[in-house]
Ligand binder design. Structure first.
Ligand code: CA
Length: 228
């Protein structure tokens, strides 16, 4: 079954980015651009979860959350609330909004995707795929273990997220900038060289004891996972 996610976000560019990336991860996504539209969409079809911006036109994210929690037909929809700055974040956390999790903008996509999986795993375990498979590689999200040809590959947290990102689209070439946005976030100052360092570590860990290079370096373009 494909999890159905409603993203409520009035910033069109961010909404589009989230829709694109969630669909890539295998979710069915609908976008609502204000609080009233969000409630209308939920009344038409109850989603498996919602990503809900706090600052919204018409009804705020908190009001939407409260309406949903008060409505007997929708009390248990898992909700991740997006907040804009840390002070707002503090305020929102102080309020009893009923959200399952909060994430502060700006955030790295991989962080949001991990939170979505965590919230869904708790609420609807049958909907979440725990492991990714590609050729001789297996990545288990619940245990954070990676196997190549059945042998465990020890990875640091950044290398794990890099590999998870590569495995979400085997064979696709990611530029260094795309990898920075996905792993470290768009607002963080990360040097291109840092990407090379972590991909280098990932490559050494994956290739130790194996003949074939699991990662392809594409000159002037970026890196990809070999999809064989
Ligand atoms: Ca907003």
């Amino acid at each position: 079954m494909i999890p159905y996610v409603i993203v409520v976000e009035d910033e069109a560019a961010l909404a589009t980015l989230l829709q694109y990336n969630l669909e890539k991860e295998g979710y069915e996504v609908a976008i609502a651009s204000d609080g009233e539209e969000a409630l209308l969409m939920v009344s038409e079809r109850v989603p498996d979860m919602m990503v809900l911006d706090w600052m919204l036109p018409k009804l705020s994210g908190i009001e939407v959350c409260r309406c949903l929690r008060a409505d007997k037909s929708t009390p248990n929809i898992p909700i991740i609330m997006l907040t804009a700055r840390s002070e707002e974040d503090e305020r929102v956390r102080g309020l009893d909004t009923g959200a399952d999790d909060y994430i502060t903008k700006p955030f790295a996509l991989s962080e949001l995707l991990a939170r979505i999986r965590a919230v869904l795993r708790r609420a609807k375990p049958s909907l979440i795929e725990e492991s990714l498979h590609c050729g001789n590689l297996v990545l288990d999200r619940s245990t954070h273990k990676v196997l190549r040809h059945g042998k465990e590959v020890p990875l640091g947290p950044t290398e794990f997220r890099l590999l998870e990102h590569f495995m979400s689209q085997p064979g696709r070439v990611f530029s260094r900038t795309q990898l920075i946005d996905a792993i470290w976030g768009t607002e963080v100052d990360v040097e291109i060289r840092t990407v090379d360092v972590h991909v280098g570590r990932l490559r050494r860990a994956l290739n130790a004891g194996h003949q074939h290079d699991a990662i392809r370096t594409v000159r002037s373009a970026g890196y990809a996972l070999r999809a064989d």
